[in-house]
Design a protein around this ligand. Structure first.
Ligand code: C5P
Length: 294
């Protein structure tokens, strides 16, 4: 049986601001999100109704209903009114629990793949609506690129694509708990906020330096002391090597920097290696074309 292949790209938060708690317990966010070249490879085949399995090259990732990719497949068939199943194979490269949206991006890739395999029953907007039911970061990952994202994560305003920019992504030796960071944000007033309007305007004028200068994530302010020190050290190493800007992505703990040239990005990657579990030398990436690549 023939299947469909998709790239599931990591997402970076060029900015992340938490506006307020919502009645449903989630938070209203305002963030500028950016896709990266670093990606997982996702392969999907249609199966008989009731069969759902997601195999990965990471033994600690669940293969059943706890996997966001399986949740996405179930949500797709439920919305389409189809009694079908799916076999999903994921070659993971994006670190988990990193704030890089790996699981969300895999889920979005499954939605794109199933839409292709089932004769495109859904528009991109409809796919994003299904995605919102799977997880907060999944709607952005359906198309990716550069976007202003708000609400719980379901309101996507595409922005001018950022020119391809050298990026170094660093995965520290620790992970952060997303609900824990949200609860710390709740229990204190945020004094520093990203200049989201200035960032959006810099993106609109293609000013990569202006973008990098304004990168800011409010979760960095509520890290515990050890994590804050580790993140600070990694950012320092990236900036010392010539990064135009550096920030933590999502609820961490991954940190990334943007660079003007390959030489400084390579220097930064080498400097960060001693401080991190994994370091990736990559680029910023545009939106998925035609919502499928295979
Ligand atoms: O939607 P998702 O499962 O990715 O969210 C993970 C956790 O992050 C939620 O349980 C919630 O604690 C927090 N969250 C939030 N507000 C958002 C997105 C996530 O409070 N907009």
């Amino acid at each position: 049986m023939s299947g469909a292949r998709e790239r599931a790209r990591a997402k970076l938060n060029l900015s992340l601001d938490v506006l307020k708690t919502r009645p449903d317990g989630y938070h209203d966010l305002r963030m500028v999100m950016q896709s990266a070249g670093l990606h997982d490879d996702v392969y999907v085949e249609l199966r008989e109704g009731g069969f759902f399995l997601a195999e990965t090259n990471r033994h600690y990732i669940p293969s059943g209903d706890k996997n966001e990719a399986v949740k996405a497949a179930r949500a797709f068939f439920s919305a389409a009114g189809l009694d079908r199943g799916a076999y999903i194979k994921i070659e993971k490269r994006i670190p988990v629990c990193a704030g890089l949206g790996g699981g969300s991006s895999d889920a979005a890739a499954v939605l794109r793949a199933l839409n292709t395999l089932c004769g495109r029953p859904f528009t991109a907007d409809a796919l994003r609506e299904i995605a919102a039911g799977v997880g907060s970061d999944v709607p952005f990952c359906v198309e990716g690129g550069t976007a202003l994202v708000s609400g719980r994560g379901e309101i996507i305003e595409p922005l001018r694509p950022l020119e391809e920019t050298r990026t170094v992504i660093c995965m520290p030796f620790f992970s952060c708990s997303t609900p824990e960071l949200f609860s710390r944000i709740d229990s204190r007033s945020t004094s520093c906020r990203p200049d989201t309007a200035g960032l959006v305007s810099a993106i609109g004028s293609g000013d990569v330096r202006g973008v990098a200068r304004r990168m800011y994530n409010v979760f960095e302010d509520v890290l515990d002391r050890r994590s804050a020190r580790a993140v600070g050290e990694i950012k320092g190493a990236l900036l010392d090597a010539g990064a135009l800007g550096a920030a933590m992505t999502g609820s961490g703990s991954a940190v990334f920097g943007l660079f003007e040239d390959v030489a400084s990005a390579e220097r930064a990657a080498a400097a960060a290696r001693g401080l991190c579990r994994e370091v990736f030398l990559t680029v910023t990436a545009g939106a998925e074309e035609n919502l499928t690549i295979g």
